[in-house]
Structure formats: C-alpha cells, structure tokens
Design a binder for this molecule. Structure first.
Ligand SMILES: *[C@@H]1O[C@H](CO)[C@@H](O)[C@H](O)[C@H]1NC(C)=O
Ligand SMILES: *[C@@H]1O[C@H](CO)[C@@H](O)[C@H](O)[C@H]1NC(C)=O
Ligand SMILES: *[C@@H]1O[C@H](CO)[C@@H](O)[C@H](O)[C@H]1NC(C)=O
Ligand SMILES: *[C@@H]1O[C@H](CO)[C@@H](O)[C@H](O)[C@H]1NC(C)=O
Ligand SMILES: *[C@@H]1O[C@H](CO)[C@@H](O)[C@H](O)[C@H]1NC(C)=O
Ligand SMILES: *[C@@H]1O[C@H](CO)[C@@H](O)[C@H](O)[C@H]1NC(C)=O
Ligand SMILES: *[C@@H]1O[C@H](CO)[C@@H](O)[C@H](O)[C@H]1NC(C)=O
Ligand SMILES: *[C@@H]1O[C@H](CO)[C@@H](O)[C@H](O)[C@H]1NC(C)=O
Ligand SMILES: *[C@@H]1O[C@H](CO)[C@@H](O)[C@H](O)[C@H]1NC(C)=O
Length: 458
C-alpha cells in the first residue's frame, strides 16, 4: 500500500478541522481536497470566505431554533456508482498490460482494493456519517443549552436520512427520554407537505448534469492526457477520471482515507475544476438556475418561520433530515449564496457561471453549501441590552455553522434580521414564490401548497 495512503489514516479528531491530505509546498501553499469535493464533500464548516462568529450575538439568547440537514456520509450514491464508479472499477479489475507500480502517482493501483464492490448496497449511511451526525447533535446541545431537548425530530423516509436522524437523536437525547424520529413519506404525489417536495413536483427537472458537461470535458481533458501519457494502454476516459475522483469522496466516507485523494494523482487545480463542475450542476438542479427552486423551497421556509414566530410552540427545536435539495432551495428562498446579489442588474445568473472557465468569485459553492450533513439553522433570538440595537426578537440564519446575512434584512445584532424585517421578507417571498401546485403544474388532484406535518403527521 502506498505510504501516503497510510499516512492519511483516519482519526476522529481530524475530521472537522485538520487536513489529512494537506499539501505543503516549499512556499507554504496548502490545499485540502476534502474541502473541494462538491457533491461528495465530507462535512466541514467553511470559514474561508468570511469567518464570522457563530456564537450567539452579545445581549441575545436563542429562544427557539430550526435545523434542516442533508443526510450524513453515505458509502455510495446509486447514480454515481452506476454511471461512473462501477464502469471504472470493472475496467480496472479486468485490465492487464500496465505496470502500475512503475508509475509513482499511480503505484497504489498495483495492489488497490476498493471498499466498494459490485455487491455494495448503495445509499447506506457509513459509520463516519453516523459519528458525524451524533457529533452534530452534541454540538447542538452545547450551542443551545437553554433549549429543551425535543421529543420528536423528522426525517424523510429512506434509510440514509432516517438513520442520520437516529444518530442525531442519540447524540441529543437523555437516556430516560428517547427522541422519536418521525418518518415523513417521500412519494410522488405528496404536494409540498413533506421534506422532499421536489419529487412531487412534475416541473422539477434536473438539467444541471447536461449543462455542466462541456466544463467537465474541459477540466478532464488535460487529466486524461496526463494519465494516458503515463499509462497509454489503459486509455483513461472522462468516466474513469470522474469515477476516480468520486472514489476519493466515497472511500473517505467509508474508511477515512482514500489513495484517490492523493495530490500527486490529482493536484489542486484538478479538484478546483471538479468542484466548479458540481457548482454549475447544482446551481441548475437545486439552486438559482432552476425556476422552481424558490416555489418548492418556500413552503418549508414559511412553515418554519411560523413555528418560530409563534408565541408558544410544542418544542424549542425543530430538527429535520432530508437530501441536499430542500436545504439548497430554502437558501434560494432566503436569497443566500446568490451569485449576482452584488452585481444587481449586471450579468445574469447564467453568465455568472460560465461553462468555459471558472468564476472564482461565485457565491454558490456546492462543497460549502451541501457537504454530507450540510445544514441550515434558523435561530429565533431574544435580545435585550445589545448595545446599539433595539430590544426585541431577531432571526439569524447559519449555513454549516457560519452566520449568513440575509440580503435586505441584516440590521440586527450579529447581522440578524428583525422580527418585522423577517415578516416583510416572508411576505415578499410569498408574493414571489407562493403556489407550489401551480408552479409545479401538479397532475394529481390532492396536492397541497402548505407544510403541516410538523403539527400533524400523517
Ligand atoms: C513556512 O511554515 C513554517 C512552519 O509553519 C514556518 O516556520 C516558516 O517560517 C514558513 N515559511 C514562510 C516563507 O512563510
Ligand atoms: C475483459 O478483458 C478481456 C480481454 O481484454 C475482454 O475480452 C473482456 O470483454 C473484458 N471484460 C469486461 C467485463 O470488460
Ligand atoms: C432499511 O433499514 C432496515 C432496518 O435496518 C432494513 O431492514 C432494510 O433492509 C433497509 N432498506 C434498504 C433498502 O437498505
Ligand atoms: C394524494 O393521494 C395519494 C394516493 O392516495 C397519496 O399517496 C398522497 O399522499 C396524497 N397526497 C396528499 C398531499 O395528501
Ligand atoms: C479510448 O476510449 C475511447 C472512449 O471509449 C474510444 O473512443 C477510443 O477508441 C479508445 N482509444 C483506444 C486507443 O483504445
Ligand atoms: C404559512 O404557514 C402557515 C402555517 O402552516 C399556514 O397557515 C399559511 O397558510 C402559510 N402561508 C403560505 C403563504 O404558505
Ligand atoms: C439574486 O440577486 C439579484 C441581484 O440583487 C436579484 O435581482 C435576484 O432577485 C436575486 N435572486 C433571488 C432568487 O433572490
Ligand atoms: C438560465 O439557464 C436556464 C437553463 O438553461 C434557463 O432555463 C433560464 O431561462 C436561464 N435564465 C436566464 C436569466 O437566462
Ligand atoms: C432589496 O430591497 C430593494 C428595495 O426595496 C429591492 O428592490 C430589492 O429587490 C431587494 N433585494 C432583494 C435581494 O430582496
């Protein structure tokens, strides 16, 4: 086994902050590929753009909070396995005629054995995914000591989301007071009232992978040329390169290390190209490039705002687990990570993500927004004596524990949004996005535009 593989062995404490594959050049340039893995990014809390303080703002206490999270790390996703990883592994396993051990950056392939086999049951939460979900819950208990432990949390129906919720519950519950995980159906005719509303929306279409194709070809072209110069007989294709890059993420999710994350194999610029391809893809799938993102995300944002606004509520914490889609769409509703937010009527949202070069100034970054366990939290703050601010109720949004200023509503403590500002914002978003069934052109007659499962399920 290659030395780098061994040196990158998994340590629990290293997961969140340290870089197991940091690359230190002579002039102290460092790069951690794990923070640029796009859709297979492990959980991390990005601090590089603006390291704002996640602590509760001075003079405020958290009165109630809602968390919406993607499931934790999984062993492999169905489509990624079938479309990229499996074809690469089959080709690799059947390949003869290349002496891998003579190619320094690929020598690990001489005795490589993937933890993913043709018999792997995809979409399964890994031990690392379980550990991180429990740890997120521990962090929650530490961050919000004044909030009562909830009696229920919610998860969409598949095992990976439900199991993530169970692991989170274990990190939060007291032994004598178990938390119930409510399984919310994830069907095709459920309207807005669930945690995966895009599935019941016939107008939801995933165009991203097609739109990102030219850029995928562009960034993999020099990689293929380089690999084929080293191992001409193998004939590396785009599928092989993508399969190998995905293996970095999934193997890390399974065993805490992967030889495919080695920067001798894929140096930093390769990962930046990979990451940008996913930013294009998910912008068009679940972000600002899909016109139903706002309408599909709005019902959850509204229902959550109402739970937080209410004078009294059943619980202090509303915690929900789903896939990347809903948190991303909720961010669109709130106007966060909008590539064009600061250029106004300048270049359109599509021009902000060109497909022939990287826009390094983009705000929409999949690795930062929806890593495994990627989450958003909306806090209801009760503030008194916060110097320079009126006493009262404020709302603050955090994405992966990084506070975000809502466009047009950030004049409160810690750039939070006042109660009346948040109500106005919601009103504005209602005018823009309300009408799930109409926007989605639902073709079944029992749809609903409103989320009610937090009060009543089923
Ligand atoms: C590079 O990092 C090392 C160790 O942190 C430090 O001692 C050295 O001064 C750094 N060199 C430069 C040029 O910053
Ligand atoms: C494996 O390689 C052999 C010889 O090159 C070829 O005939 C066969 O079709 C390959 N099988 C697969 C599954 O690729
Ligand atoms: C989901 O989990 C249950 C309970 O652990 C298990 O019996 C079932 O086989 C799993 N389903 C899938 C599709 O993996
Ligand atoms: C509509 O009916 C179908 C079939 O009975 C059911 O599965 C679905 O949950 C219903 N949708 C809503 C929003 O009640
Ligand atoms: C390499 O693979 C590509 C894509 O499958 C194929 O079109 C091409 O003919 C192959 N080249 C060689 C030399 O086998
Ligand atoms: C917002 O949510 C509340 C509570 O579920 C609901 O009564 C109201 O109709 C919703 N408003 C909109 C515009 O969806
Ligand atoms: C993104 O920002 C631009 C510029 O401020 C604005 O016109 C647009 O409405 C925003 N998009 C969304 C979906 O909020
Ligand atoms: C951006 O691209 C999408 C997908 O191609 C398209 O549907 C949409 O109309 C475009 N938006 C603008 C403002 O050009
Ligand atoms: C911010 O407010 C201005 C003026 O009310 C409005 O024109 C603009 O659309 C708002 N921007 C966003 C992102 O909501």
């Amino acid at each position: 086994m290659a030395p780098l593989h061994q040196s990158a062995s998994f340590q629990l404490l290293s997961l969140l902050s340290l870089a197991p594959h940091s690359w230190v050049a002579a002039y102290n340039y460092t790069f951690n590929p794990l923070e640029h893995l796009g859709r297979v990014s492990p959980y991390f809390e990005p601090r590089d753009v603006q390291p704002s303080n996640p602590s509760t703002p001075q003079g405020c206490t958290v009165a109630r909070a809602a968390l919406l999270s993607r499931h934790g790390a999984i062993n492999v996703n169905d489509d990624d396995f079938e479309d990229w990883i499996q074809p690469f592994l089959v080709k690799f396993l059947n390949h003869t005629g290349t002496d891998w051990s003579s190619i320094p950056s690929m020598s690990f392939l001489a005795d490589y054995q993937s933890p993913i086999t043709p018999d792997t049951e995809p979409e399964t939460l890994t031990k690392i995914g379980e550990f991180e979900a429990t740890e997120l819950a521990n962090n929650f208990a530490i961050r919000y000591p004044s909030l009562k432990t909830p009696s229920k949390i919610w998860a969409s129906s598949p095992n990976r989301t439900f199991d993530t919720a169970q692991a989170f519950a274990h990190g939060l519950e007291n032994p004598d007071q178990p938390i119930e995980v409510v399984r919310v159906n994830e069907g095709l005719h459920d309207g807005a009232n669930n945690l995966v509303p895009y599935q019941s929306c016939p107008e939801y279409r995933e165009e991203g992978i097609r739109i990102a194709t030219p850029f995928r070809e562009l960034f993999t072209k020099p990689i293929k040329a380089r690999f084929n110069a080293l191992a001409p007989v193998f004939n590396f294709t785009t599928v092989d390169v993508v399969g190998m890059m995905l293996l970095c993420g999934y193997e890390f999710a399974i065993q805490g290390s992967s030889p495919f994350c080695n920067l001798d194999l894929f140096p930093p610029d390769d990962w930046l190209g990979w990451e940008y391809t996913d930013d294009i893809r998910y912008n068009y799938d679940v972000g600002y490039g899909n016109y139903v993102s706002g309408p599909v995300g709005f019902p959850w944002v509204n229902a959550t705002a109402q739970l937080l606004f209410a004078e009294t509520a059943d619980q202090d914490m509303y915690v929900s687990f789903t896939h990347r889609t809903l948190p991303s769409m909720a961010l669109v509703v709130l106007g966060l990570f909008n590539n064009t937010a600061f250029v106004g009527s300048g270049p359109g949202i599509n021009e902000s993500l060109p497909i022939d070069r990287i826009n390094p100034h983009r705000a929409w970054r999949t690795s930062n927004i929806s890593p495994d366990l990627g989450n958003i939290v909306i806090e209801k703050l009760a503030c008194q004596g916060s110097y320079g601010f009126d006493d009262g109720e404020y709302y603050r949004v955090l994405a992966n524990n990084a506070p975000q200023a809502i466009p047009n509503c950030s004049s409160g403590p810690g750039w939070s949004c006042s109660r009346s500002g948040f109500e106005d914002l919601l009103q504005e978003k209602e005018e823009r996005y309300y009408g799930y069934s109409k926007w989605c052109q639902v073709d079944y007659d029992n749809s609903t535009d409103i989320v009610t499962f937090y009060q009543h399920y089923p």
